[in-house]
Ligand binder design. Structure first.
Ligand code: G6P
Ligand code: ZN
Length: 637
């Protein structure tokens, strides 16, 4: 932990307010709240549960600070910066105000609130942590989960590299929440002062480029002040300061994108006659970022391209996950016989996920990763998109993601890492320079520029692929569409037919017990002796992962069933780590067809017909029908 000079990172002139009423640190008794446990990506809870449980925010933030003090020491915190931002969902404003009181009381020197209104995408938070040399950051988000009072709320902590905290760190916070007995917060030292209970009432979170500087008296000062002998005030020289910096969230992020992609070429693409694009922000936090990139920077105003761009605390009742069901209107527009747009993209509420659409075509995220790798490896693509030093060091995908990217990697002698689900598992590989590109079936992709997946980055990547093909086209010749790009990829590398089946609303303890039994049957080999009609099981295992950088283990990360000796026909089963209440079971189905496996035309078929037999077999082998009583999935993605 070192003090850094960050002051001119955010360029513009700042207005500084010195708050005159000192704040006192007070200790408030509390007791543990069960279940404040981090899942795949932070804590996810029902909004109601969070807002109606007294001290929910206080307990978790205090536990976080206790762990920070333990790890870095109080002196370090006293010189440290943390960043906070979020997707703007219901509950975030209350959480932010609690965070200010707790951070001020726990010796933090500076909190950068990204904004306005603490609204920033998860990738922008990661970028800001890195740009500011901060100790870490707090993302107030439940990502793609629904918002509003009846929706979900979430929070996660990111480390100094900008990436989600590893299991070893989040488990310390969780342990702390189980024993917590007090939290520290600040109150006005003079009860008569107009400063208000939390002292932060005067902070206008809409007004970026301002700094508020508060004087914090040491712990115990309040009692000393009220004692008959106020001379005994500890450190009567005034204690320390706590600063709140309200910083424009878009500037650092957009600058980062300009350094990676060739904006002039993208501008030329968007200016091509008949090239129409649509972007759907699903009322999440990407609105201002997309507006600045596509509108202000790339000058794209012609087509009604910007959909649901305004952020709303309940996302307008929309489920802000970019899938075919939630984007039904947009998808219908792309599949209509009218002149549908050429390129469509959408992001989830916090902007780390993406989906790409072409005319009458949807790009499967696992295919998207493979295609990105293929282009990243083309030397002449470097003029459109820069990778760290122009070198692709390696690639990583989460285990349930299809092995389409492995096919490209092995063809080019690039190492492909297979990690558990969750972006945090990529971060060590990125930090160690082992990989330059990562991606997941769950609509995530990203590079080494930050330590989160990055929806707008992936969208700019795809626009760069289109620019690569279409800027040099001779007049009169046909342009290359999104569909052409994907089909050319399948024709060259073969196709990994892929589908995910989700089973929602399973009672959590039932689901967990069933999963433990399944793992036992797989590790004990019993599952291999079952006989069912349909594809026969060739091998099965439980996925355990050892991080190649720090040697840590993540065990029981899903069950894999292989239906062929080459492992190219498989089903993966795992419980979602992002649901807020009941459990969701995910079954991922995959079958590879090589381009020379007979008729290349077959490579154009619908994935569902190709993988249905593996899906049915997985349901029977794993007792999804007999033990969980589920015959068919609630969602196929
Ligand atoms: C979050 C993580 C991703 C992960 C996804 C899986 O979005 O950031 O890295 O792939 O969750 O979600 P699930 O619901 O399948 O656990
Ligand atoms: Zn997200």
């Amino acid at each position: 932990c070192s003090a850094i000079d960050w002051s001119d990172l955010f360029h513009q002139e700042t207005v500084v307010y010195e708050e005159s009423t000192p704040l006192c640190v007070v200790q408030v008794p509390t007791s543990p709240i069960p279940g404040q446990k981090t899942g795949t990506s932070g804590i996810r809870k029902r909004t109601r549960e969070v807002t109606q449980t007294p001290n929910f925010f206080e307990n978790w933030f205090q536990s976080l600070f206790d762990v920070l003090v333990e790890r870095y020491g109080r002196t370090c915190l006293n010189r440290a910066t943390l960043v906070v931002g979020g997707d703007g969902r219901e509950g975030n404003q209350a959480a932010l105000r609690t965070l200010l009181r707790i951070a001020a009381a726990n010796s933090l020197q500076r909190l950068i609130v990204l904004g306005p209104d603490a609204i920033a995408t998860t990738p922008a938070i990661s970028a800001a942590i890195r740009a500011a040399g901060a100790l870490g950051g707090i993302a107030l988000t439940a990502s793609h989960n629904p918002g509003g009072v009846d929706g979900d709320w979430g929070v996660k902590y990111n480390m100094e590299n900008g990436g989600p905290a590893p299991d070893s760190f989040t488990s310390l916070i969780y342990e702390r929440t189980l024993t917590i007995s007090r939290y520290l917060e600040v109150e006005a030292s003079d009860p008569e002062a107009l400063c208000g209970r939390d002292g932060f009432d005067g902070v206008n979170f809409k007004r970026i480029q301002t700094v508020h500087r508060f004087r914090i008296l040491p712990e115990g000062a309040r009692d000393a002040l009220q004692s008959p002998n106020p001379d005994r005030l500890p450190h009567s020289d005034g204690g320390r300061t706590f600063e709140i910096h309200l910083v424009d969230a878009t500037a650092t992020y957009v600058e980062l994108m300009e350094g990676i992609f060739h904006f002039e070429r993208l501008r030329a693409l968007l200016r091509l006659p008949n090239f129409n694009m649509v972007y759907d922000a699903m009322y999440g936090s990407t609105g201002p970022f997309a507006f600045m990139i596509f509108g202000e920077k790339l000058g794209y105003w012609e087509y009604p391209w910007f959909r649901r761009g305004q952020y709303l605390p309940d996302f307008g009742g929309v489920h802000p996950e970019p899938n075919l069901e939630n984007l039904a209107d947009l998808v219908a527009e792309f599949f209509s016989d009218e002149d549908s747009p050429d390129f469509g993209a959408a992001s989830d509420a916090d902007g780390d996920r993406y989906l790409i659409l072409g005319r009458k075509f949807v790009v499967q995220p696992s295919d998207s990763l493979a295609i990105m790798l293929d282009y990243a490896l083309r030397p002449d693509f470097a003029a459109y998109c820069r990778f760290d030093g122009g070198l692709i060091r390696g690639v990583a995908r989460s285990m349930p993601t299809s092995s389409a990217v492995d096919v490209v990697a092995s063809r080019h002698n690039i190492r492909c890492y297979e990690t558990p689900t969750g972006w945090k598992y990529f971060c060590n590989l990125l930090d160690a320079g082992l990989v330059s590109l990562c991606g997941e079936e769950s609509c995530g992709a990203g590079g080494a520029h930050i330590r989160e997946k990055d929806g707008l980055w992936a969208i700019l990547f795809w626009l760069s692929i289109l620019a690569y093909h279409n800027l040099q086209v001779a007049p009169g010749s046909k342009s290359t569409s999104v569909e052409d790009i994907v089909r050319a990829h399948w024709a060259h590398y073969g196709r990994n037919y892929y589908e995910r089946w989700d089973f929602h609303g399973i009672e959590r303890t039932t689901a967990e017990r069933w999963m433990r039994n399944l793992e036992r049957s797989v590790e004990g080999g019993e599952i291999l002796s079952l006989r069912i009609d349909g594809p026969q099981l060739y091998a099965a295992d439980v996925f355990h992962y050892q991080d190649p950088v720090d040697g840590s283990w993540a065990r029981n990360q899903g069950v894999r069933l292989f239906f062929s000796s080459d492992r190219r026909m498989r089903a993966v089963l795992r419980l979602s780590g992002t649901s807020s209440a009941d459990a969701t079971l995910r079954v991922y189905l995959e079958k590879y067809v090589a381009p020379n496996d007979g008729d290349v035309q077959a490579v154009g078929e619908l994935a569902s017909s190709f993988v249905a037999d593996i899906g049915r077999a997985a349901l029977l082998y794993c007792g999804i029908v007999s033990e969980l009583g589920r015959e068919r999935p609630d969602l196929r993605a």
